[in-house]
Write a protein that binds this ligand. Structure first.
Ligand code: GLP
Length: 252
């Protein structure tokens, strides 16, 4: 696992966008795993700038991590809508190859199974981008998260619903359930790139990197993956112990 602490969130976004762009330049037909959330917004803004300077998304296939159950693709709170606004509609990505689970599917469990099969049929994910929940979730895999889990329907933690309230119009309730790629789905990607910025993520970052590998911190499962890059800004890295320092002070 490679952990990089960048000098600030702007440089972190540049670095992440640079890695995604490099992947697409090296392999224009890459399968990308994409994430939503505030951390990703400046990364997508930089990718749109790169597109205007010549980067093409035309041959990319993408699979997003998750979607809220009950929301159709045009719902203002949906991740379909977020992705369209942040990236897809502003570049030459082929909408037919930009996938998210359908939150409005009549049978959400069947939709999750279909989604998992579609990822496999595309040959798996080359580069999976991840944000980090304040409770250590990746995608919407809330703690405790089974490390063997595949795409499925999950119930959102109250803290997650509160954290994501800001992405919804005031009158719209935050959904209680979501379809998410599972932990094993995420770990099947050939390279994972996790981004965390801000002090609100500091405890989750410390648990992910320095706590036990446990379902109670879903992101800690990434430590079992052979190729993970973690990008942090200084506030997100602020709860990490210096190398060599143990978790608890020695008993007196
Ligand atoms: C949401 C998403 C995650 C995302 C996380 C962090 O719950 N399901 O995939 O990584 O929140 O979001 P933010 O970047 O807004 O803090």
């Amino acid at each position: 696992m490679q952990v990089l602490i960048l000098t600030d969130a702007a440089r972190l976004s540049n670095h992440a966008a640079g890695q995604i762009a490099a992947q697409l330049r090296a392999q224009p037909g890459s399968v990308l795993g994409l994430a939503t959330g505030a951390t990703m917004a400046p990364v997508y803004a930089r990718l749109i700038a790169a597109h205007r300077a010549g980067l093409s998304f035309a041959r990319m296939t993408s699979f997003n991590l998750d979607e809220y159950v009950g929301l159709g693709p045009h719902d203002p709170g949906s991740y379909h809508r977020q992705m369209r606004d942040m990236l897809f509609a502003q570049c030459d990505a082929d909408p037919a190859r930009c996938h998210l689970p359908r939150g409005d599917a009549p049978d959400p469990e069947a939709e999750a199974n279909r989604y998992e099969a579609a990822i496999a049929a595309a040959g798996g994910v080359d580069l999976q981008v991840l944000g980090l929940g304040q409770n250590g979730h990746i995608g919407f895999n809330e703690p405790p998260a089974d490390p063997g889990s595949r795409s499925r329907v999950v119930t959102l933690a109250a803290t997650t619903r509160a954290a994501n309230r800001r992405h919804f119009p005031a009158a719209q309730p935050v959904p209680r359930r979501a379809i998410t790629m599972g932990i094993a789905t995420i770990l099947s990607a050939r390279h994972c790139l996790l981004l965390a910025t801000g002090a609100a993520k500091a405890q989750a970052v410390a648990a992910m990197l320095q706590g036990p590998v446990t379902p109670d911190c879903p992101a800690s499962a990434l430590r079992r993956h052979p190729r993970v890059t973690v990008l942090l800004d200084p506030p997100a890295a602020s709860a990490l112990r210096p190398p060599g320092q143990s978790a608890a002070p020695p008993a007196a």
